[in-house]
Design a protein around this ligand. Structure first.
Ligand SMILES: Nc1ncnc2c1ncn2[C@@H]1O[C@H](COP(=O)(O)OP(=O)(O)O)[C@@H](O)[C@H]1O
Ligand SMILES: Cc1ncsc1CCOP(=O)(O)O
Ligand SMILES: [Mg+2]
Length: 268
């Protein structure tokens, strides 16, 4: 298998910057502003809209949909299902972020239903990917992971096989798998989990990349770009407070040199 190179990743980032794809995000209240800024800084165009009454119209103009169950309620679930059906019918990519799945019955049922609708990509932390793939007896800590991404790799592969989606499990090392091919992406910074909504924002960024590239390559590229920008930002800050702002500045300025110095992709 030929691994995506960092030059390929940079070319896809330039494609995002040139095409500026509109990404429709039904995301949580915590992430809305941070994720929108991440998408803008990386060169895409975000819309953070969740009304059921606007799904059909946005489905005509947006190039990808992201669904995030972070601040869930019953009416939002109905809106997400409608949106998933509209984008699926239009043949446009859907990225699903199963925030805190495993913590409540509402989330477990909603996540299972959304996975059954056939998302293009599922992106979550280790605990979420393990819970979604059916690992029993997990103690959920809510939105934060209590496991390493390495421990979730088998679950990610199993989930990719059972769902047909490309699965990205993030953490100290990120992994992307379609059930057959698996790559690891290194980079990022240990402060990233201490700043809220950076995972949710990455899910939005995956939406932008899969709008302009096939699901597996687009997901790897989005994670590599984010890993490099996260590493650059982490070196600039004194703590988590200004990390989102530095991350946006790093995404905005990211070039091939910055990618090569701060991220790595390897086949496993
Ligand atoms: N220990 C770490 N070292 C480097 N990067 C990390 C670390 N933990 C998380 N990240 C990065 O933070 C981002 C969010 O991942 P994660 O924390 O797993 O998701 P979530 O915020 O949904 O829990 C990803 O880009 C991931 O690579
Ligand atoms: C803190 C919090 N509570 C509900 S959603 C949310 C944001 C979670 O963001 P992330 O999964 O990117 O850490
Ligand atoms: Mg998350």
């Amino acid at each position: 298998m030929t691994t995506l190179t960092l030059a390929d990743v940079h070319a896809l980032h330039e494609k995002v910057r040139t095409e500026r794809p509109l990404v429709h995000n039904i995301t949580n209240f915590v992430a809305m502003t941070i994720a929108a800024n991440v998408l803008l800084a990386a060169g895409a165009s975000p819309a953070m809209v969740h009304s059921m009454d606007e799904v059909e119209d946005f489905g005509r103009i947006a190039r990808a949909l992201t669904l995030n169950i972070g601040t869930l309620s019953s009416d939002w679930i109905a809106g997400m299902k409608l949106a998933a059906a509209v984008y699926k019918a239009a043949g446009k990519p859907i990225v699903f972020d199963p925030v805190a799945v495993g913590a409540t019955r509402l989330r477990n049922t909603a996540a299972a239903d959304l996975v059954a609708m056939g998302p293009t990509v599922i992106r979550g932390n280790a605990s979420e990917i393990m819970a979604l793939s059916g690992v029993a007896g997990l103690a959920s800590k809510g939105v934060d992971s209590s496991a390493s991404s390495n421990a979730a790799l088998d679950s990610a592969v199993a989930l990719a096989k059972s769902s047909g989606a490309v699965v990205a499990v993030t953490g100290e090392v990120d992994y992307v798998t379609d059930g057959t091919r698996t790559v690891a992406i290194e980079g990022g910074h240990e402060l990233m989990p201490l700043s809220t909504a950076l995972g949710c924002s990455l899910t939005g960024l995956v939406g932008a990349f899969v709008a302009v590239a096939p699901a597996f390559e687009g997901t790897v590229a989005a994670l590599a770009v984010y890993a490099a920008a996260g590493a650059i930002a982490g070196k600039r800050v004194k703590g988590p407070g200004f990390l989102p702002q530095e991350l946006c500045d790093a995404l905005y300025a990211l070039d091939l040199e910055g990618l090569k110095t701060n991220a790595a992709i390897r086949s496993i």
